[in-house]
Design a binder for this molecule. Structure first.
Ligand SMILES: N[C@@H](CCC(=O)N[C@@H](CS)C(=O)NCC(=O)O)C(=O)O
Length: 215
């Protein structure tokens, strides 16, 4: 059985776990922490980042690479559209989630409010977090609300890597107690809640809540 390396609360590790669940692929899970200096780990992930993936003597890192590899090895159900334009759009939303969403949701909100507090005993700077929530979340939420236009998926009419990546980023925000307000972003609020209820997401969220002491 192949092994996924990386701690469960990472949005990138979660992306891969959701894809594995959607495709029904069993795997072993080693909850390696980011920045692991172990030379053997660095051979799989030279930058020390999580996730990494080992399948026999084949090992490599990066959630986007792993998800595309999984699509080739386990094509059904497809999570990448076959239409070239829809494929490009799905990759774009994955990229948007992995950069524009994660860089704000992670280090500016989730990390200080949840990780710093629980694992380092550090009180979060709520003034800075409140400023981020007030200034940096609305343009991102507005963009996604407009792109969704009330539809259940970002690209086409079924789950793609776009939804997996975007909904995964929103899990970290939810762990920090922040969700898009339904009154202002009704489509996005429903989209996030619906994806987090999927059988591929829900058990992971419960597992993470236990790990993070949020249960
Ligand atoms: N592009 C990478 C990003 C992975 C990443 O940044 N993971 C974080 C944890 S959420 C990490 O390992 N950070 C440690 C570091 O940057 O040294 C992917 O999609 O896998």
């Amino acid at each position: 059985m192949a092994t996924l390396y990386g701690v469960n609360a990472s949005p990138f590790v979660r992306k891969v776990r959701v894809v594995l669940a959607e495709k029904g692929v069993p795997y072993d899970h080693e909850p390696v922490m980011p920045g692991n200096p172990d030379p053997e780990y660095r051979r799989m992930s030279p930058l020390g980042k999580v996730p990494a993936w080992r399948d026999g003597d084949r090992a490599f890192s990066d959630s986007s690479v792993i998800c595309q590899y999984l699509e080739r090895v386990h094509p059904e159900p497809a999570i990448y559209p076959s239409d070239p334009y829809e494929f490009a759009r799905a990759l774009w939303f994955e990229e948007y989630a992995d950069t524009a969403l994660v860089e704000v949701f992670g280090p500016k909100i989730f990390f200080p409010r949840v990780v710093g507090k629980r694992f380092m005993g550090k009180e979060p700077d709520e003034t800075a977090i409140g400023k981020t929530i007030a200034e940096e979340l609305p343009p991102r939420f507005d963009y996604l609300e407009e792109q969704l236009s009330g539809r259940p998926h970002l690209v086409g009419d079924r789950l793609t890597i776009a939804d997996v990546a975007v909904a995964s980023a929103f899990v970290n925000l939810a762990h920090a107690g922040v969700r898009p307000e339904g009154a202002r972003w009704p489509g996005l609020a429903k989209y996030v809640a619906t994806h987090h209820e999927r059988p591929s997401f829900a058990p992971l969220i419960v597992e993470e809540q236990g790990f993070l002491g949020l249960a």
